[in-house]
Write a protein that binds this ligand. Structure first.
Ligand code: IVH
Length: 704
């Protein structure tokens, strides 16, 4: 897409648009960039580096501040705005409905194969139909998302459409424009193309899916079953700005139709499938250009499919198989299609991550907020290498909606590293002996009466001293994303709790080690490890402590916002509901919950105990650079430091959540330069996104 000359030019130009870390503004910025379209090109380039190559050259902050400058310029000169300006992804208003539109070419599906024998059969037919002894095949991943078609006309994205029934689908252009890996314009004209229809798949990657489900969980909304459903559901949201927040991605893998500009002839890239993928890649689309392989002979195809199946879990997104396509488009036309699928392609489906089992009973677990969750106990079944015997049913509504009964044969799915769930009962296998699932009226642990707040779907035990809740709160406090007390863990916490060694959170810090030492399975070494881990957790920064407290609706992100807005945790005792709501992303629900927490004398008392035990309740916000802390920032030291020991400086970075890199690359945020710095400094100067700091600047950045 960008030659190395172009990359260098744009990189250098980007650097010249900043002064002292801030972007230039207004006319000066435009002049330096070479006009508004040139400024847009700079932003498009960085969008591409981030979205398509996954190798950004600007920090998020720098990109955002430059983007804001373009926005300001366009606001002052609305007549300069173009439809494909990077600012025009911003959603305006809500969609009323999605009109139905015809696809230029019907969207067929693919024939499936499940093993090597199926592929051998298909290869035999392909050789017959092509008349070739060994046709060339292009093999690529089968992306597990929601399929779409995009139409570009005169280099501009004209519309995006869902698959629908294959003949016509829903026009969802405004939603598609929110997906930053879909270019709003692309130079198809350079290949003589006037109009083109491209097929692809919209995905939510595993990481974003997990985050999204966590957000749902924090709001007590049932999680989505898998990233495919998440992507498909997201495409049909009426609020495009919400679509933007879902962080969807697009892979484009097929050109189904094109019309050439007058007097132009077929570009040679479109003679093969691999060429089409390359053309799309060159024009800034994310196509499986790197993942695809052109192979000869079905044995090589089978081997490549198996190779991908083996590393399926390592990919950042879900794939459910591979697609094998005859590479030569002329041969594809010769082979033609049935009414359902093309003869020139076949899907090789990976082993299903579904299995059937029998639902034996339902247990009710009490969580740390008192929510009572039904958990299905099923006959153990292996699904993608893991034995599944326990599946959360989330809440009563889910059980009723799925019409589950004890004794049902159920279909269970586990998508990748996603938690297993019950897809549905196989009602046709019912014998009449199945039993209703009965929900308890009283807490299974403390036997208090359960309540169900009107606006919620879950039953709750509201006895704050219910042992089940207390132990879950301690487990959460010590967990990896909270205080990260390694070797404490679920099982140990429960054991200490049951033995009466541990009654509440402060109790973690005065465990009776003399007694623990006597327990079976506790050697001197494990006791020392446990002690060290507990002691070390006292140094955790405030945002971790806030998250660890398990305040309802306060996830990791909110905890960071809260930590960054006070000097001391007890400042929240004085915060009004209004003041809390003034904080970023804090709505009435979160504010109410935080307010309640800090106005409960028991909680304040517990925090006082923690403070006296040496935990940090002060915020270190003033000692950190803009944005809170060094989380996600990368550092490298070069030359001789004169005031700090190199190892101490590195430790400071890590303690503040930063990471150390061993070399200069576009992934580096800060190069700290001591005396006699050499080649690393020279190299870093060529990458505008790297901030170069003296030792003094580094120290003042961290308030040392
Ligand atoms: S080619 C006319 N390639 O799988 C041929 N499809 O189960 C069009 N899919 O409807 C399809 N990855 O939504 C093709 N690399 C890939 C694919 C792919 C995912 C989807 C597509 C198709 C479905 C069939």
């Amino acid at each position: 897409m960008y030659s190395s000359d172009q990359t260098q030019r744009l990189q250098k130009l980007s650097g010249s648009l900043f002064s002292g870390g801030a972007p230039l503004t207004g006319d000066i910025l435009l002049k330096k960039a070479g006009g508004i379209e040139a400024l847009r090109d700079v932003l498009r380039f960085h969008e591409y580096r981030y979205q398509i190559l996954n190798d950004p050259l600007l920090s998020d902050f720098e990109y955002d501040s430059l983007y804001k400058q373009l926005e300001a310029i366009e606001a002052a000169h609305p007549e300069w705005v173009t439809e494909d300006s990077p600012t025009q992804r911003v959603a305006k208003g809500l969609t009323k409905d999605f009109p139905t539109v015809q696809h230029l070419v019907p969207m067929l599906s693919l024939e499936n194969s499940y093993n090597a024998d199926d592929l051998l059969d298909w290869d035999r037919k392909a050789r017959e139909l092509t008349g070739l002894a060994e046709p060339e095949y292009c093999v690529e991943p089968k992306f597990d998302g929601a399929s779409i078609s995009l139409i570009y006309e005169n280099d501009r994205l004209l519309r995006g459409v869902t698959r629908g029934d294959g003949v016509a689908g829903d026009e969802i252009t405004n939603n598609i424009r929110q997906i930053r890996s879909v270019p709003l314009s692309a130079k198809f004209s350079a290949y003589g193309i006037r109009q083109i229809e491209i097929r692809g798949e919209i995905l939510m990657n595993k990481n974003n899916f997990a985050k999204y489900n966590q957000q749902l969980a924090e709001q007590n909304i049932p999680p989505l079953a898998n990233p495919r459903n998440a992507a498909a559901g997201s495409l049909r949201i009426k609020d495009p700005s919400e679509v933007g927040r879902r962080n969807l991605e697009a892979f484009l893998y097929h050109i189904s139709y094109y019309a050439l500009l007058e007097g132009k002839s077929l570009p040679k890239e479109l003679e093969t499938h691999a060429g089409s993928l390359k053309l799309l890649w060159e024009l800034g689309f994310r196509s499986p250009q790197k993942e695809k392989k052109v192979l000869q002979g079905i044995q090589a195809v089978i081997a490549y499919c198996q190779l991908f199946e083996a590393k399926r879990d390592e990919l950042p997104y879900e794939i459910d198989g591979m697609v094998v396509k005859v590479n030569d488009i002329g041969l594809q036309d010769k082979m033609g299609m049935t009414t359902h699928h093309p003869r020139w392609a076949i899907a090789f489906k990976f082993k299903a991550r579904q299995a059937t089992s029998v639902l034996r009973k339902v247990e009710f677990q009490v969580g740390r907020t008192g929510s009572v969750t039904p958990v299905a106990k099923i006959d153990p079944v292996p699904i993608s290498g893991v034995s599944v015997s326990s599946v959360s049913l989330f809440n009563e509504e889910v059980v009723r909606e799925k019409d589950l009964k004890i004794g049902d044969t159920v279909l269970v799915e586990r998508a990748g590293d996603v938690i297993p769930y019950i897809v549905k009962p196989l009602t046709e296998l019912r014998t009449g002996k199945e039993e209703e699932i009965r929900f308890p009226t009283h807490c299974p642990v403390c036997h208090d009466k359960l309540v169900k707040p009107e606006e919620e779907a879950v039953w709750r035990c509201v006895n704050i001293n219910c042992p089940a809740q207390v132990v879950e709160r301690i487990i959460h406090f010590a967990s990896k994303d909270a205080m990260d007390i390694r070797s404490f863990g679920d099982a140990n916490t429960r054991k200490f709790f049951d033995l009466g060694y541990l009654k509440d959170i402060p109790g973690i810090y005065h465990l009776p080690f003399d007694k623990i030492r006597e327990l079976e399975g506790f050697g001197e070494k494990s006791v020392t490890n446990l002690r060290t881990a507990i002691e070390a957790s006292k140094q955790q920064p405030l945002h971790r402590l806030i998250f660890a407290l398990g305040i309802r609706y306060v996830g990791e992100t909110t905890a960071k916002v809260l930590a960054a807005s006070v000097d001391h945790l007890f400042d929240f005792k004085e915060y009004s509901l209004e003041k809390l709501q003034d904080l970023e992303d804090v709505g009435p629900k979160v504010a109410g919950s935080v307010y309640q927490f800090f106005h409960n004398p028991d909680n304040v008392h517990m925090l006082e105990k923690l403070a006296s035990l040496g935990l940090i309740l002060q915020s270190n916000r003033s000692s950190q650079p803009a944005g809170g802390n060094l989380d996600g920032q990368t550092f490298l030291f070069t030359g001789t430091l004169t005031r700090l020991k190199r190892s101490d400086a590195e430790e400071i970075v890590e303690k503040n959540g930063g990471a150390l890199l061993s070399g200069v690359s576009s992934k580096l945020n800060y190069l700290v330069v001591g005396e006699d710095a050499g080649s690393k400094l020279e190299k870093a100067k060529k990458i505008p996104s790297i901030k170069i700091l003296t030792e003094e600047e580094f120290m003042s950045l961290l308030n040392i």
